[in-house]
Design a protein around this ligand. Structure first.
Ligand SMILES: Cc1ncc(COP(=O)(O)O)c(C=O)c1O
Length: 473
């Protein structure tokens, strides 16, 4: 099938990819000579099921999955066995470079030794208590999140303002909690009719009934109608949204950078206008930073980079907080938190000693200045290499790379291409994700180095060569 490429796979082409790898081992200040042509080293698939017949062990996992597990995921035909750093291996021993990081979760990569150590130590000390009792881990992590937010800029916190945390087990539950809190604030401020919620097209907030009701995507919503009443839907960056924020609105929920929806930015001026309208009407502004927060953009919050005039009342977070151990959280200004009293909300598992110990460890490392510096350098390097793709493949790609930090997207002109790119990349040992209908999402671990970046972009270059050749054939 890829015969036509065999001629292209000359020694020269292979050599052209190698200098990237050599550079990976040099200091980050080393001057990089950018490649002048796309890499063609990965034109042939290396990781398809057809190449290596599956072991009995893998087959029995896949068969058992079909027999016993709800078929809500369309998984590829291999079974993951273990991981280290940015790499994972399947049960056949094939190695994959994971630029999906468990959907923007494994900020410190797979099998991190520090995380494993904390997990072991805390599990053998105090794993779960329920929220009936105090334990030091939750307050320690809550203090770290609030004080980092004050220091790095977020939630409009100044030196004197306070904030409170509620811990959940997932992003969906964090959003569910945020919506409930906003509903209660709405009732306090405007009575029972102040209950409407404004959300946005292409947003993703989760799959529970409340979170799903504000995830305006027919594919997810249609089978489960009726959902929450009183939800309005607008488009990000369109001023018409302001008209939907009325005295009956209790909450506006928005991702500062839409992740699942396509790596789309909410513009600062638009967010300021939304903030102002929320203040005029007494609506609570919720930023869902479950995917874009916690240093994925290079800063604590995606909104840390923005003027405090557009900061929210509530921020929700989850994914990387404990590097893959389940945890989520709702962070809110004191003025919002005061409506919540004992018994108004709760969870059995949320904020367990184990989840919080891991969260504290992970967040302490992510917030170290040298980590941010390294992340910035890697992000600059990755973006520079991705920018070449837009020059080399103008018929396929938009001119600009979407996103910032380590939440990046390649926007495609033809919506049939992103899923194809994800599959072709996986068949060459690289995990990336789609985003929305028209983008490939690149959300690797935050501690990746140049070597991984070079390998990933080399694979993408080869894949785009294939797609280009197919589209002109
Ligand atoms: C922005 C955003 N909000 C909410 C969620 C739901 O989080 P979880 O899957 O942890 O429930 C996700 C998950 O992808 C997300 O990206």
């Amino acid at each position: 099938m890829y015969l036509r490429y065999s001629l292209l796979r000359s020694a020269r082409a292979v050599q052209r990819c190698h200098p990237h790898s050599r550079l990976a081992h040099t200091s980050t200040t080393t001057k990089h000579t950018p490649p002048t042509t796309p890499c063609k080293q990965y034109l042939e698939p290396t990781h398809t099921a057809a190449l290596t017949s599956l072991s009995q062990e893998s087959k029995s996992v896949i068969d058992a999955s079909a027999k016993y597990m709800l078929p809500v995921y369309a998984r590829p035909g291999f079974v993951l066995s273990h991981g280290k750093g940015s790499y994972v291996w399947d049960m056949e021993g094939r190695k994959y470079l994971d630029f999906s990081a468990g959907i923007a979760v494994n900020a410190l990569g797979h099998s991190d030794e520090g995380v494993a150590k904390i997990l072991g130590e805390q599990a053998s000390k105090l794993l779960h208590t329920s929220n009936v009792y105090h334990h030091p881990g939750a307050t320690k992590l809550a203090e770290l999140i609030v004080e980092l937010t004050r220091k790095e800029g977020g939630l409009g916190l100044d030196a004197t303002a306070g904030a409170k945390i509620f811990f959940s087990n997932s992003g969906t539950e964090a959003n569910e909690g945020a919506l409930k809190i906003a509903r209660k604030v709405g009732k306090d401020r405007g009575g029972p009719s102040k209950s409407r919620i404004l959300c946005f097209e292409n947003a993703f907030h989760g799959r529970s009934m409340g979170a799903l009701s504000v995830t305006s995507n027919p594919k997810y919503q249609q089978p489960f109608m009726p959902l929450l009443p009183g939800v309005d839907v607008a488009r990000i960056n369109e001023m018409a949204a302001l008209e939907l924020i009325t005295n009956e609105t209790c909450a506006v929920i928005v991702e500062p950078i839409q992740g699942e929806g396509g790596i789309n930015y909410a513009q600062e001026e638009w967010l300021k206008a939304i903030r102002k309208r929320c203040d005029e009407t007494g609506a609570v502004l919720i930023f869902d930073e479950i995917q874009c927060g916690l240093f994925r953009t290079g800063k604590l919050w995606a909104h840390s980079a923005l003027d405090s005039e557009c900061h929210p009342d509530i921020v929700t977070m989850a994914k990387p907080l404990a590097n893959g151990y389940p945890i989520g959280a709702v962070l809110m200004r004191d003025a919002i938190a005061e409506t919540m009293t004992a018994g108004t909300h709760g969870t059995t598992f949320g904020g367990s000693p184990l989840a919080c110990a891991v969260g504290y460890h992970v967040l302490s490392r992510l917030s170290a200045p040298e980590f941010a510096q390294q992340l910035q350098e890697s992000s600059d390097y990755l973006q520079a290499r991705l920018a070449r793709l837009t020059e080399w493949f103008p018929s396929l790609l938009e001119e600009q790379i979407r996103g910032r930090g380590m939440i990046l997207g390649l926007g495609f002109k033809d919506t049939s291409i992103p899923a194809k790119v994800v599959n072709l990349a996986r068949e060459r040992g690289l995990f990336v994700l789609t985003a929305g209908s028209d983008a490939v999402r690149i959300v690797p671990s935050l501690n990746i180095g140049k070597e991984e970046i070079d390998q990933a972009v080399d694979v993408l270059e080869s894949v785009l060569e294939i797609v280009t050749a197919e589209s002109v054939a």
